[in-house]
Design a protein around this ligand. Structure first.
Ligand SMILES: [Zn+2]
Length: 458
């Protein structure tokens, strides 16, 4: 009987799922987009335009009218709106960036810009981050156009430039200068969530991002009295800077649990049959993480602020004490942790070293009890009934930070089923980035299912 039920479930799934053309297209589009080299080194030489034109053509072919937008020539963004069937529902933003981080071909088994499909796997830079999602977005909406499907909510598609650097030519530009294109959008989905995380023992976890730590890149400046290296000097800028940097590096940041991380810890503990409650005053997060094994990686970077010294500059000659010395620190701040971060940095740097934001980005927090989160969870569970969805907070940032300025609540939902041996986090920006064809098929099925039915948040 169980066999029959399973067969019935499978045929229900098949009956409702995407057509063969969409499955073929998601692979071809991923491969084609990888072949368009959009490496973003951050020095302004990246040109997303050919990838943007490719995307725009695929949309126009099925009657969807895209808008191409540039702040800087060649740094092209594409936006399109698909009207939903329920005019009272708010709109949903689905965004993917078109640029990729650079890749060094000599390090790779397969050329990173070949887009080669070998033994059921698509190889190349962007296969995971995130030309796969761009291709899934295209394959999904093209099938809707072919078969006359309309989602309930308006779906706004945005393919952005410049995510891998400052976003100034991409989502930042769109948010600041083209807010009208995103009218009615209350929520957005994009990268870095809903991939298979293999937690050992055959357990598959799908972390959906419902928050991001903020970015606090700091410049520290120590000033002192310049002079000859042979003289007594108690106002040495290099020593002052070194003291501050050392204090920052050694600082133990206190645990600060945000609602998303609390929910993640609660759900992970339940998965592992651990009787712990993050709401209790004696809750020990480090003790829990020690029991979670590999899954601890999903929460460890986001239970507290962090600050890592990364760059030092001072002096020009061994017998000359310089008048100043500078250092850079990569700080990351949990949602709500900004004030504590600032006062802690004031204390750690002390009176002789000043600090300032070299670059800052807000932290984000999205509700995990929203109807959209429930719909994302249901879509994953439909196509991987033995998978476990948990919310999590990203340690870094995405374009969702820029779109948050428009009041859009961001989730990391770029569904992807990966077999064991495919470590998503290692492939992300890594050598031999690649994605299984089956994983893309899963992704387009889940995305289609979610986008068709997701209820509005009003
Ligand atoms: Zn990315």
């Amino acid at each position: 009987m169980a066999e029959i039920q399973r067969a019935q479930d499978a045929s229900d799934r098949d009956a409702e799922t995407v057509d063969q053309q969409a499955l073929d297209e998601v692979v071809r589009f991923t491969s084609d987009l990888i072949r368009i080299d959009t490496s973003n080194t951050g020095d302004g030489t990246c040109r997303e335009r050919p990838a943007a034109e490719y995307v725009a053509e695929r949309l126009a072919e099925v009657g969807i009218e895209p808008v191409l937008l540039e702040r800087t020539p060649g740094r092209t963004n594409v936006v399109a709106r698909i009207r939903g069937s329920d005019p009272s529902a708010d709109a949903l933003l689905v965004h993917g960036h078109l640029d990729v981080v650079p890749a060094e071909p000599a390090d790779w088994q397969v050329h990173p810009f070949s887009g080669e499909v070998r033994d059921g796997v698509v190889w190349g830079r962007g296969a995971i981050d995130m030309k796969n999602m761009d291709a899934m977005m295209l394959a999904t909406v093209r099938q809707w156009a072919r078969s006359g499907v309309r989602p309930r909510r308006d779906v706004v598609l945005a393919f952005t430039a410049d995510e891998e650097a400052s976003a100034e030519d991409g989502s930042g530009f769109l948010a600041d200068h083209h807010a009208d294109l995103f009218e009615g959008c209350t929520e957005g989905i994009s990268e870095s969530g809903a991939f298979t995380f293999h937690a050992g023992g055959g357990m598959r976890i799908y972390p959906i991002a419902a928050g991001e730590r903020g970015t606090a890149w700091l410049k520290l400046t120590a000033r002192g009295r310049a002079g000859h290296g042979s003289k007594v000097n108690r106002d040495n800028a290099v020593s002052r800077l070194a003291d501050a940097v050392s204090r920052i590096g050694a600082h133990e940041w206190p645990v600060r649990l945000t609602p998303t991380v609390r929910a993640a810890l609660r759900e992970l503990a339940a998965l592992y049959d651990l009787d712990v409650d993050p709401e209790r005053p004696d809750f020990d997060v480090d003790a829990l993480m020690a029991k979670l094994g590999p899954a601890a990686k999903l929460v460890e970077p986001t239970v507290r602020n962090s600050a890592n010294p990364t760059m030092l500059t001072a002096g020009y000659k061994v017998n000359v004490i310089p008048g100043s010395a500078t250092a850079y620190v990569d700080g990351r701040v949990v949602p709500g942790g900004e004030a504590e971060f600032r006062t802690t940095m004031d204390a750690l740097t002390g009176p002789d070293v000043s600090w300032d934001y070299h670059h800052g980005e807000v932290a984000l927090q999205a509700p995990v009890d929203s109807s959209s989160f429930a719909a994302m969870r249901a879509a994953i569970e439909r196509f991987d009934p033995d998978g476990h969805v948990v919310p999590y907070c990203m340690s870094g940032g995405t374009d969702a930070k820029q779109f948050s300025r428009l009041g859009i609540v961001g989730y990391g939902f770029s569904p992807l089923r990966l077999p064991e041996g495919f470590d998503y986090q290692a492939l992300f920006h890594g050598v031999d980035e690649r994605v299984p064809v089956e994983g893309l098929h899963f992704g387009v099925r889940v995305l289609d299912h979610f986008l068709r039915g997701v209820p509005g948040s009003r």
